[in-house]
Design a protein around this ligand. Sequence first.
Ligand SMILES: [Zn+2]
Ligand SMILES: [Zn+2]
Length: 175
Amino acid sequence: MTGEGAVATLPAGYANGENDMDGATTLTGGCLCGAVRYETRGESFLVNHCHCHSCRKNNGGPVVTLAGFKASQVTFSGAPRRIYNSSPGVSRAFCGTCGTPLTWEGDSGSLGAIVELHISTFDQPERLVPSAHAFYSERIAWFDVADGLPRYSGFVDGSTPLRHGPADEGLPTTA
Ligand SMILES: [Zn+2]
Ligand SMILES: [Zn+2]
């Protein structure tokens, strides 16, 4: 394990971690109770905040941060993860013991089968740095963060972001 002190020197988006024999980065994580564990190998193709209604409902928080990997980069161990199919072709995995939401899993199109892991289930989430906001148009109106990252109306797909940085119209006021 490398120390926390190394994190600050990493360039944005660089996923540090343990390196195996051929230099691929591996990261580990799991649920709150530890029954379900996973390991990722190689770089995440995207780390992003998702404001969509489904992710928020699934997670319970005002925003969800996910790190995406090809399914072939992710190995699960321990207890089998439970799967909830939240929409056709979309699986959301969780721990059957403690209920921790773990993944969004589905077919991404160009990358094939992908597994997006909830950032706070990683043992060292600091090592995966977000680069964008997805489904900004669905965010809770009072929620924003003071980063300068691009904010997309829907998926982070190469389209023109709605904006960079937090909304400037201010927070909503109660009636
Ligand atoms: Zn668990
Ligand atoms: Zn989402």
